[in-house]
Design a protein around this ligand. Sequence first.
Ligand code: PSU
Ligand code: MN
Length: 304
Amino acid sequence: MTAFFTPSPEVAEAFADGRPVVALESTIITHGMPYPDNLTTARAVEDTVRESGATPATIAVLEGSLHVGLTDTQLETLAQAKGVAKLSRADLAACMARGGTGATTVASTMIAARLAGIEVFATGGIGGVHQGADQSFDISADLQELAQTPVTVVAAGAKAILDLNKTLEVLETLGVPVVAMGQDSLPAFWSATSELKAPLRMDTAPEVARAHRLRRAMGIPGGQLIANPIPATLEIPPHEMAPVIAQANADADAMGITGKEVTPFLLSRIYDLTGGRSLKANIGLVLNNARLAAEIATQLVKIS
Ligand code: PSU
Ligand code: MN
């Protein structure tokens, strides 16, 4: 197994001791936030996981090796690197085969987490069905991954740049549980609530952990999406985000942005349009997700 991945010393120790580990992705670092906020956020997310009693494992491919857990120096190098590849399910093995360096998305982080035996993963927001997908066919590979890889993903819902309604429909078709934490409404990334009702609701980390274990015991493939709302004090309300999101999507269309560039473009455009406020909210929600993921990982160790 270890032929496929390299654990950091901290992660190797946690594995050896049977302590809870939380996987973290790296595309949010290289493509989701500008330097140096990306680095301070990545460190703060790791520290939040530690303070909550678990070990963080940030995942990335460095010169062909799949790293599960990065040293602080590796984290810093990645956060400053230019032209890092964005690796989804399709790209992961190809990047490793060619000795490349790349950051993992939700989909490829789930693959790496499963290889390493990590059951919980915290991020900001998953990818999903883009607005205008009826024309562009732009649907994130994150959704298919949730359908087949048994990792519980804690996110603030799907990113609100997406068509959230269609994203929910696809997740339903794929049989992915979408669980709102502590509320009925589906969180919308920068906003704590949306007009959409979440298909499922849970209120505690032990419930999430029990459902994860039951799915495994019953042989149900795939993971769970835990939609954890941004803390109310940090949110940007939906009526403020709606015109900004519409503008960013219109700009992406006008500039002919396609493929892997769409999500990074939209996030950075929204950063400009909100004068940096979207980034503050994004950082807050990721930290909040890291905390919940650590609680779930801790519960999973207790009931394994
Ligand atoms: N969450 C964030 N910022 C991000 C992402 C998630 O707060 O940048 C990344 C994740 O890696 C996710 C990716 O998998 O955006 C979605 O990209 P796409 O829509 O191209 O599948
Ligand atoms: Mn896409």
